[in-house]
Design a protein around this ligand. Structure first.
Ligand code: DCP
Ligand code: MG
Length: 440
């Protein structure tokens, strides 16, 4: 790993004001480990933040103060919606393809020699055993494309998916007191008040939403209804495609009876294999061990979490902040840039745009991050945090300028510059504003 210590020369000419003007409390650096979105780990002298992947891991650690205060609300009715074979369904709609013919979205199969992976496929292709994230060569082996077999392989077009996603999210947002787009094709809704605490009404609402998405967007969706996030997510899988499944608070135990540990989001293949080696394959088998015995085998934190999942006491908080760890914008130069002053101008404009977006969403942040990618694709992320969350553009402009100036390596061409606002925070009273703001 490269040493990311600061270059000795200070590019102080980049500053409109001297750094000394930055209030004192912004100066202490925080030592953390930073994991970039591309999963390269950079350890730098002054900064650093660890970004967890996967919300259920976060649940295991108890979450932050905001999570705790919101999840202490009494019994909620949550809905998780997940679109069926999303990318494939959008392509079928757009190109008017036959839904009964296997369609595979992913990298070029190159007649079976392609080295990429399958992004997703329709249910006709799943009948051949093709799955998301499978090597495309393996998919070809199971279901070859023209002229050797019925498989239709396409690369897919992102723009189409975002547009369809936006249309769906608009429909889902309508009845939700709290709404959270969790990925391009899934969302959590807290509908407790909307249905007056009535689980039957929640079921009827999901049917209405399902019909409305199919009628106006042409896509099918599956719904899960349950008292916690993780249970709602698991429920939406149960009757896929175009299914609805509900777990009432007193049915959670039955739901886990005989259910594989591997089906629980947050339990990966490694953990499942470890537990299987001890003879535990289903959730109920692990649960009856109790926290102490299970903890001795699999770790206390994991045991406590799994018990809470089955007891239905994990998070029921629905908030855009949970899915959104940061707000960022990047710019890739069409030709590599050696003029660092010009790059800094772009960085300033990106920072302004990020901050105006965060203000629109009623979100503030504690962490400023600048991403620099050099001509040879070497990528560094430099960050600095402030003691309290703010949404003041000037503060972050100063930090962005400082981070760029002190870290950019002289005489190297740049191909990308980015700014990101992290360690987000949102006063609970501002949550309502989020419902009004459009997601990206
Ligand atoms: N996706 C991807 N790469 C992956 C997994 C998913 O590009 N490894 C994309 C393609 C999917 C979309 O994200 O269409 C949603 O992911 P899902 O896991 O919800 O998968 P699908 O919607 O395709 O299928 P399902 O009907 O099982 O939800
Ligand atoms: Mg899906």
């Amino acid at each position: 790993m490269r040493n990311l210590s600061r270059p000795s020369r200070k590019n102080s000419h980049f500053f409109s004001q001297p750094l000394e003007d930055v209030p004192k409390e912004f100066k202490p650096f925080e030592k953390l480990v930073y994991l970039t979105p591309t999963l390269e780990i950079h350890v730098s002298e002054e900064y650093i933040n660890f970004k967890h992947r996967g919300q259920y891991f976060e649940d295991m650690s108890g979450g932050n103060a905001l999570t705790q205060s919101a999840s202490s609300k009494k019994e909620r009715i949550l809905v998780h919606c997940d679109l069926d074979a999303f990318f494939a369904a959008v392509e079928i709609l757009h190109h008017d393809l036959d839904p009964d013919k296997p369609l595979i979205i992913g990298s070029d199969p190159q007649g079976g020699r392609g080295r990429g992976i399958v992004s997703t496929c329709n249910y006709a292709a799943r009948a051949f055993g093709i799955r998301s994230a499978m090597p495309v060569s393996e998919a070809w082996r199971r279901c070859p494309g023209h002229p050797f077999g019925p498989g239709h392989y396409i690369r897919g077009s992102r723009g189409l998916y975002s547009r369809a996603s936006r249309q769906v999210m608009k429909i889902l947002k309508e009845p939700a007191e709290f709404f959270e787009k969790a990925s391009i094709d899934e969302a959590y809704l807290d509908v407790t008040e909307h249905v007056g605490g009535d689980w039957d009404a929640a079921y009827a609402l999901c049917r209405t939403l399902q019909d409305s998405i199919e009628r106006s967007v042409g896509l099918t969706a599956s719904f899960g209804i349950a008292p916690t996030r993780i249970l709602a997510k698991m429920s939406s899988e149960v009757n896929k495609p175009k299914g609805i499944f509900r777990i009432l608070p007193d049915e959670i135990g039955d739901f886990f009876e005989g259910r594989s540990l591997r089906d629980v989001p947050g339990i990966g293949p490694k953990r499942a294999t470890q537990l299987a080696e001890w003879g535990f394959v289903t959730v109920d088998e692990a649960y009856v061990l109790g926290e102490l015995a299970l903890g001795r085998m699999a770790g206390e934190r994991f045991a406590a979490w799994l018990i809470r999942v089955v007891d239905g006491t994990t998070s029921s908080e629905v908030s855009q902040l949970r899915s959104r760890k940061s707000i960022g914008k990047e710019h890739t130069f069409s030709t590599d840039q050696t003029d660092h002053e010009a790059v800094l101008d772009v960085l300033r404009s990106l920072t302004q745009r990020v901050l105006s977006r965060s203000r629109d969403m009623g979100i503030s942040g504690r962490l400023a991050e600048v991403k620099i990618r050099y001509t040879d694709f070497e990528t560094h992320t430099h960050g600095r945090s402030i003691p309290v969350a703010m949404d003041e553009p000037d503060v972050f402009l100063r930090l962005a300028e400082y981070l760029f100036a002190t870290n950019v390596q002289d005489h190297r061409g740049l191909r990308l510059i980015g700014f990101r606002l992290g360690q987000l925070d949102m006063p609970p009273t501002r949550q309502a504003m989020l419902l009004l703001s459009e997601e990206e």
